[in-house]
Design a protein around this ligand. Structure first.
Ligand code: 4NP
Length: 149
């Protein structure tokens, strides 16, 4: 799960997917990262932690890291939150195999739409709840697709 800062959207996506994968009995490795180095080593934004907790998702102990080219080797799927994350991650891809792994996460809910998960960082609480609703839907689709693979 990849966003810009790895303190708002992608840690929430990581936490939501982990809960759903555990409930589904899937044995998968889930992680998140930011394209930027702005918040390396920091815990998620307080508003992310409290929104997640409201939905019984614990992201308090996660720590931000920066996406690196090694992630293409470590993971089968790389879900990005918005079109700039998409461009930034693709710019690090070494080949078509890397490129194929990268998807706009909301395309799992709205195929072909290339919709972005809005960055909630500069807004209020409602932005975080909106992000939760979008990511919750996307993670449901992801879990059911992993079941089949
Ligand atoms: P995120 O949100 O990419 O969802 O973690 C942001 C966090 C920090 C900044 C921007 C977006 N920032 O500019 O510091």
């Amino acid at each position: 799960m990849v966003c810009l800062g790895n303190i708002c959207r992608s840690p929430l996506a990581e936490g939501i997917l982990r809960v759903k994968a555990e409930k589904a009995g899937l044995d998968v490795e889930i992680d998140s990262a930011g394209t930027s180095n702005y918040h390396i080593g920091e815990h998620p934004d307080k508003r992310t932690i409290s929104n997640a907790a409201k939905h019984a998702v614990d992201v308090a102990k996660l720590k931000a890291r920066q996406f690196s080219v090694n992630d293409f080797d470590e993971f089968d799927h790389i879900f990005v939150m918005d079109s700039s994350n998409y461009a930034d991650v693709l710019s690090l891809a070494r080949n078509d195999n890397d490129r194929r792994k990268v998807e706009m996460i909301l395309n799992r809910v709205y195929p072909g739409s290339d919709m972005s998960v809005p960055d909630p960082y500069f807004g209020g609480e409602q932005g975080f709840e909106n992000v939760f609703i979008l990511l919750d839907k996307a993670c449901d689709v992801i879990v059911s697709s992993l079941h089949k693979s």
